[in-house]
Design a protein around this ligand. Structure first.
Ligand code: NAD
Length: 496
């Protein structure tokens, strides 16, 4: 007797408090990048799906906006408890659809929870300010009010965390919310929305519409959507920013990255090596804050090169659900191919392949998209590769004579997501902090990811907009300021 394989789950959208079928006839497979196994089928939603989500969110807005902030945050306290309770289940889903290790997936969910905790402070954070007697008998008050329907479009590399840069703040400030997850990793948010169903939010306050470009365009073009948040690659970020501006929308778009670390000879080399190795190769290099270029100065060229090659060559690569695995696969076969061809391009442009992770096969995972840690030495600073986002486990080494020259390299980069320095010199660190042209700065830190109560910054082609995700910026982004100037005639007041 043959046993039929279980049917592949066909994903639905969460609209107006219910799971609804998509109107779309186009579907994509969701594939486990470690095994090649198809996990589910996701609808590539169309304008009808998006319209239904926007109408539900718009209908929920007037009552939700009138709900006192103290009451609006009660569901978030419940959400925190549920996320804590289910963190292992969610992390397992993240690993299965994204490939990162279980420990990395769990760490990602901790950052998600942290954002829920911070948004619980909305009754204080959303307060405006006021001044009596701006002129005799006249008072002035600044009040923050929610915008209405807001939407977020998120990438594949943090299936659990990035939606939380937006969702908790958006709803706590009184907006209603639509999420468009990445079509490559939609299962994590399906699980999160199953928890959101249980926390007592009124129907339509949070909605989820699956899809790709068509759904994104429909969100941007819908007149009832007031604000768009985006995280993803630079060309798409630029496109969404321009299209949103054309439609008169508030917009914040995080883009791609090429992050530099400068290693001075006075750095604690064992510590620097460990931390930079984690940054470059953790999450298979698919982190927007992954270090991808190490600029060594003086004798650090040799000491760091030798020690990073040692550390990288010992990393255990495999299925992120297995114990002891330190690095998982990259997201798709196309991504593996692109990374391998960029390594070859680097070689052609003059780099020397010090550690070669191409053509990796992991036993029992022959269909997985594995690239082992790769190090390119002597990458010419002016080569195309030196400023191309690889988004894989590839670290380029460049040598500089001094900090001036190293800062010059950073200045030339089109990106400005993160820059780090490893040193034991306070004055070098201060100079770096002052001059480095990036939004997130690390001093002896490899992944300078801001905590939820700070903005997740980014400069140059890594960010289009002015207000970032997380913390106080999120409150600014999700509220309109209303200024009231008030005078009451004396006689009128005296009647009472
Ligand atoms: P992506 O740009 O391909 O996709 C991001 C989102 O945009 C997805 O939801 C996708 O469906 C949608 N999308 C894709 N193409 C579109 C188009 N033409 N028009 C409209 N929408 C479109 O990015 P990705 O591959 O999912 O994620 C990796 C990228 O994200 C990397 O470049 C990485 O650096 C960047 N990233 C940046 C940050 C940051 O904070 N700056 C954080 C995480 C990831």
């Amino acid at each position: 007797m043959t046993v039929a394989a279980p049917p592949i789950a066909r994903l639905t959208n969460f609209i107006n408090g219910q799971w609804n079928d998509s109107h779309s006839s186009e579907w994509r497979d969701v594939v486990n990048p470690a095994t090649g196994e198809t996990l589910a089928s996701v609808p590539m939603g169309d304008a009808a799906d998006v319209n239904a989500a926007v109408e539900a969110a718009a209908a929920a807005f007037p009552e939700w906006r009138r709900t006192p902030p103290e009451d609006r945050i009660q569901p978030l306290f419940k959400l925190k408890m549920l996320l804590e309770e289910h963190i292992d289940d969610i992390a397992r889903i993240i690993t299965t659809e994204n490939g990162k290790t279980f420990a990395e997936a769990k760490a990602e969910m901790r950052r998600a929870i942290e954002n829920v905790e911070v948004a619980c402070g909305i009754p204080i954070m959303m307060q405006g300010y006021n001044l009596e007697d701006v002129a005799r008998g006249i008072d002035e008050i600044m009040i923050r009010q929610p915008l209405g329907v807001v939407a977020a479009i998120v990438p594949f590399n943090f299936p659990g965390m990035i939606a939380f840069w937006y969702l908790p703040y958006a709803i706590a400030t009184g907006n209603t919310f639509i999420l468009k997850p990445s079509e490559r990793v939609p299962l994590t948010m399906r699980c999160v929305y199953e928890l959101l169903e249980k926390i007592g939010l009124p129907k339509g306050v949070v909605n989820l519409a699956n899809g790709g470009k068509t759904a994104v365009d429909a969100l941007i073009d819908h007149p009832k959507v007031r604000a768009i948040s985006f995280v993803g690659s630079t060309p798409v970020a630029r496109y969404i920013y321009a299209r949103s501006a054309e439609k008169g929308k508030r917009c914040q778009c995080q883009g791609g990255a090429k992050n530099h670390v400068i290693v001075l000879p006075d750095a604690d080399m064992p510590m620097a090596t460990q931390i930079i190795s984690d940054s470059a190769f953790g999450c298979a290099g698919q982190r927007c804050l992954a270090v991808s270029v190490a600029v060594t100065i003086g004798e650090a060229q040799k000491t760091f090169r030798d020690s990073i090659a040692d550390a990288a060559s010992t990393l255990k690569v495999g299925n992120g659900l297995q114990d002891g695995v330190q690095m998982g696969p990259v997201i798709t076969p196309q991504s593996k191919q692109r990374i391998e061809s960029l390594i070859a391009a680097g070689e052609k442009q003059g780099a020397r392949v010090l550690l070669d992770g191409r053509n990796t096969k992991i036993p029992k995972h022959e269909s997985g998209n594995f690239v082992k840690p790769t190090i390119l030495d002597d990458v010419p600073a002016t080569s195309e590769l030196a400023d191309t986002e690889i988004f894989g486990p590839v670290l380029s080494l460049i040598h500089a004579d001094d900090l001036d020259q190293a800062l010059n390299f950073l200045g030339r980069s089109a990106y400005g997501n993160q820059a780090s320095l490893f040193t034991s010199s306070g004055s070098a660190a201060r100079r770096f902090r002052y001059e480095a042209p990036a939004g997130n700065i690390g001093i002896n830190i490899g992944v300078a990811a801001p905590m939820a109560y700070f903005p997740f910054s980014g400069w140059k082609n890594s960010f289009f907009g002015d207000l970032h995700g997380q913390g106080r910026d999120a409150i600014e982004f999700y509220t309109d300021k209303k200024v009231v100037v008030e005078r009451w005639a004396k006689e009128q007041s005296r009647k009472f």
